[in-house]
Design a protein around this ligand. Structure first.
Ligand SMILES: *Cc1c(COP(=O)(O)O)cnc(C)c1O
Length: 483
């Protein structure tokens, strides 16, 4: 426990020591054994560089680019590099691309939807068409912006069904979106076909390359046969790419690109009808730190194009080693083709997937379980980054041992009383008191990251609205004052 406002101030050295101590409870952000949340290039000195750059600009305010031209220069530099990497710029078919730096993928997507919505004030009930594998942030954007969401089931290959997507476009549709690649499975949607369908109807088409936008171009340069997904594809009107993913920048930075300045215009918010300063914001935040932006610039400049190519090669090789390990192990199988930087697996012949995730965690491999959805079974997701190059060879042995331990433990057996209670539960019944009872019943303490099998098993049998209510309830239980 840490007290944020002690009655008398604490010396700087002690404060830092306390923060370091708190960090020891976290999952390891380095070492190539955490397959979600963090992106580790395993490059000596990069952390120190990013931190120093962050410090230089931490107190600069992105609210007003005329007051802090350093920030404007850095943002324009990031946008230029992202645009060039994604098929835009002088001499290409997309010479007029513009962009904004946002705080993350979610903000980029919310703004892409906002720009599309506000480009059509005459459409009173705007709609957004996405494949069922699109990132949850689209649902959040639709919810925040009161845009109706049309979710189109993907095909058996886990890719967006371009014919069904085209058929889902209505007169009220303001935006169509697809992924390059999808987060859950790491497969690239048929961008060219969907772009053509959207263009034919005069509808904007956003490519969500938040996850893979900074690595797919390098994988293609290394010879991977991946479909086109960037501004070279006619009909693509905007693309998002997170720099805090495969550009390996510290958290808090993403880029949203539009094919031209006219398309971006409705993204902005300007307000002059109050007694304070005239306000114009390109993104959701108004006051924002220059720290993440400077850290991203430093990271890009230090790694350079050749550095990213080398890191993509390491990542590709690590994906191959992990995928081979899955294929060689009885009781698990690849669920999606490992064509980008994701290894997605599921279990076979009765091996409990959620117990397996815990057994992998017990062996130091922190993966991301994904619950069953529609016809898709539960899966384990591994986001592979360059740091995994150093650890991938150890995975096969531990995977085999974890599967064997999982068989020994047998599947999770939730208490019948709990199952019965859960079966009768509706979202409206999920109160703070009920959540406290559930947490106690499942034996959830403070540190639950490595023993999630019962929680996941319970969530896995719940319909999505109940899952959502339970998750919100658990979060609310965690976010409490520490009187
Ligand atoms: C991570 C991700 C997002 C959301 O990005 P955040 O930075 O977590 O807000 C959106 N789309 C895809 C495909 C992603 O992988």
């Amino acid at each position: 426990m840490i007290e944020a406002l002690p009655s008398t101030g604490v010396p700087a050295g002690q404060v830092l020591a306390e923060l370091q101590e708190l960090r020891t409870a976290d999952l390891p952000t380095h070492g190539g054994r955490l397959f979600a949340y963090v992106y580790d290039p395993d490059v000596d000195g990069l952390d120190e560089l990013a931190r120093a750059a962050y410090a230089i600009s931490a107190h600069v305010n992105g609210l007003d680019p005329t007051a802090f031209p350093s920030l404007l220069a850095m943002e324009n530099a990031l946008v230029t590099s992202a645009a060039r990497l994604l098929g835009a710029g002088p001499g290409t078919t997309a010479p007029d691309v513009v962009g904004s730096v946002t705080s993350g993928g979610t903000e980029s997507l919310i703004l892409a939807v906002k720009a599309a919505r506000d480009a059509h004030p005459e459409i009173t009930e705007p709609r957004l068409v996405v494949p069922s594998t699109a990132h949850a942030a689209f649902a959040k954007a639709a919810h925040y912006l009161r845009v109706a969401l049309d979710v189109v089931p993907v095909g058996p290959d886990l890719r967006a069904d371009s014919v069904a997507m085209a058929a889902a476009i209505r007169p009220e549709t303001v935006l169509v979106a697809a992924s390059a690649p999808s987060y859950a499975h790491g497969v690239v949607d048929p961008i060219t076909a969907i772009a053509a369908a959207a263009a034919e109807r005069g509808v904007r088409f956003h490519v969500d390359a938040c996850f893979g936008g900074w690595v797919l171009p390098y994988l293609r340069r290394l010879g991977a046969e991946l479909p086109e997904f960037d501004f070279g594809v006619p009909g693509v009107t905007s693309i998002s790419v997170d720099l805090h993913k495969y550009a390996y920048a510290p958290k808090g930075v993403s880029v949203l690109l539009h094919r031209d300045a006219g398309l971006r215009m409705p993204q902005f918010f300007a307000y002059a009808d109050w007694p304070g300063y005239t306000m114009v914001n390109p993104v959701i935040s108004s006051t924002r730190s220059g720290g993440p932006i400077a850290a991203a610039v430093a990271t890009l400049r230090h790694l350079g194009d050749d550095g990213y190519l080398r890191l993509a090669g390491k990542t590709r090789d690590a994906v191959g080693v992990l995928a081979d390990a899955v294929e060689a192990t009885d009781g698990v199988r690849l669920f999606a083709p490992p064509e980008t930087t994701v290894v997605c697996l599921t279990t076979t012949d009765g091996v409990d997937l959620f117990v397996l995730a815990d057994e992998l965690a017990a062996r130091g491999w922190h993966t991301q379980p994904q619950l069953a959805y529609a016809e898709l079974p539960a899966t384990i997701h591994l986001t592979v980054t360059a740091a995994v190059g150093a650890t991938a060879a150890e995975f096969a042995k531990d995977l085999a041992a974890a599967v064997s331990a999982t068989r020994d433990r047998g599947p999770i057996d939730l208490p019948p009383a709990l199952l019965e209670a859960a079966g009768a539960l509706t979202p409206a019944m999920v109160t703070p008191e009920l959540i406290e009872g559930l947490a106690a019943g499942l034996g959830l303490g403070d540190n639950i990251a490595g023993s999630m099998a019962s929680v996941n098993s319970l969530l896995n049998i719940a319909p999505a609205p109940l899952r959502e209510a339970l998750l919100a309830g658990f979060l609310s239980l965690l976010q409490r004052p520490t009187w």
